[in-house]
Design a binder for this molecule. Structure first.
Ligand code: EPZ
Length: 427
């Protein structure tokens, strides 16, 4: 297994190009199943999750050509609506084929994703919504089997109230509703920028989605076979951008220009960085981050968008390890998303965990160490911590990182970091 070795201690300077958004690309690739035509997606990041999604679409029967940043899904209607455990276990987001398959083909059999390092992550809201649209849902040997009304008929529009604003739950039902009969209403739905991006795609394909980005969305469906293919360049990745913003702010004197970042999608993070004393300015299509003074501590509570993103919690926690004073960070989305804390404590961070809250006492410096990555964003935070300490840090099990960060070593080297990948390092 690869590891990433970092020798930190100096401010990052330079320009980094922000890739397309992983969490927009995944649902959009699944949306190609709603049309038999050939679709093309541009600005797609070169990530393992994209490769896994392409493999899933191929397994379902569609021809897919991945030549990052372009992915093309060829014309095809001969689809076997089954997503096997072997593929779904590699990536939970595979559950996003459920809505499109049952809406398009009247039946779908998809492996239940199961839990992951950061939480149990059930899909009850996805299933509740499909049942409201007339689906018969059964669980068979670890698989969800969804069947349209009357043995595979067309879904019917419904009013769905989400007990919790779920991102992929909202996306699955948006896609299902785009082929349902009538106008579906999704209440208390997710408002993330990636949800809005999927709405843009569905509207391009011929469905009628309005209210995306708010907590009430309406989707008017069209007849099966009536959705057209698309050609679309996806939005930049706000979480990748946020990760480089935090890395740029780790040292006084740090100054990073993020090429192609969308400030509007990052307001919750930008507000907190500015509150900590970091300068963040928009420069046309780019965003400039500069750290010119000591960091102030923060109070942060993660929440659904437009609240503070849980996918930036680990990274900002590392930043607060170097602030002057006490910060309090509360994680409300996932029940087990502090796995990076014991690793940071090994690097000399002062963090006390109390239930879903981390109390962080700023320290003068972090120390290099060998640390273990546990999930995607935790691993990014450990690389940032390594960049903050002037010794050597080795982050192990970096396969997590390859799922969500494109060419991370090259990008950090472009900012002056001393970082390398160690192939086949022991786990
Ligand atoms: C999406 O996951 C993202 N993944 C996650 O990013 C992100 O952390 C998360 O949204 C929250 O922003 C993708 O978009 C592919 P949720 P998702 O359903 O949709 C509970 C990353 O690092 N819930 O919004 O799976 C759930 O357990 C990843 O890129 C139910 O109880 O998250 C959680 O506590 C990690 N029942 C909360 O809702 C349901 O049916 C929010 O989860 C669905 C969710």
């Amino acid at each position: 297994m690869d590891a990433i070795r970092v020798r930190g201690g100096k401010p990052l300077k330079g320009t980094v190009r922000i890739s397309g958004a992983k969490n927009a690309a995944l649902p959009i690739l699944c949306a190609t199943l709603l049309s038999d035509g050939a679709s093309r997606l541009r600005n797609v990041p070169d990530l393992r999750d994209i490769t896994t999604t392409a493999a899933l679409l191929r397994f379902l029967g569609r021809q897919v050509d991945v030549a990052a940043p372009i992915v093309t899904v060829a014309e095809g209607s001969d689809v076997r609506p089954e997503a096997p455990y072997e593929l779904v276990k590699q990536m939970r987001a595979s559950v996003l084929v459920l809505g499109p398959l049952v809406a398009r083909f009247g039946r779908a059999k998809v492996s239940l994703p199961g839990g992951c390092a950061i939480g149990a992550r059930p899909i009850d809201q996805h299933l509740k919504g499909l049942e409201a649209m007339g689906c018969k849902i059964t669980l068979e040997q670890g698989y969800v089997v969804a069947e349209g009304p009357n043995g595979g008929g067309r879904l019917k529009a419904a009013e769905v109230y989400f007990d919790i604003p779920t991102v992929t739950g909202t996306e699955n039902l948006m896609m299902a509703a785009s082929l349902a009969k009538g106008r579906t209403t999704l209440i208390n739905c997710a408002r993330e920028p990636e949800v809005e991006e999927l709405a843009r795609i569905l509207n391009k394909m011929g469905a009628e989605v309005d209210g995306a980005g708010t907590d009430v969305m309406h989707v008017t469906g069209v007849d099966r076979g009536k959705l057209s293919p698309f050609d679309h360049a996806i939005i930049p990745d706000r979480i990748e951008a946020g990760t480089y913003m935090v890395a740029g702010a780790m040292h006084e004197g740090g100054e990073v220009l993020l090429q192609g970042a969308e400030l509007g999608d990052m307001e919750p993070l930008v507000a907190k960085l500015r509150a900590a004393g970091v300068d963040v300015e928009s420069e046309g299509q780019n965003v400039r981050v500069a750290r010119r003074k000591p960091l102030r501590p923060l109070q942060i509570t993660t929440a659904p968008h437009p609240g503070f993103p849980t996918d930036m919690q680990a990274q900002i926690l590392v930043l607060m390890c170097c602030a002057k004073g006490e910060s309090v960070i509360t994680e409300t989305i996932f029940e087990n998303r502090f796995m990076h804390v014991p690793e940071l404590q090994r690097m000399g961070a002062k963090i006390a965990l109390r239930g879903n809250t981390a109390v962080v006492e700023g320290v003068d410096r972090l120390y290099g160490a060998s640390v273990m990555a546990t999930d995607l964003r935790a691993s990014a935070s450990l690389v940032i911590a390594g960049l903050a300490s002037s010794d050597e840090t080795e982050v192990r099990r970096v396969y997590h990182i390859d799922r969500g960060y494109e060419h991370i070593e090259e990008k950090f080297r472009g900012l002056g970091a001393d970082i390398e990948r160690v192939k086949g390092a022991e786990s």
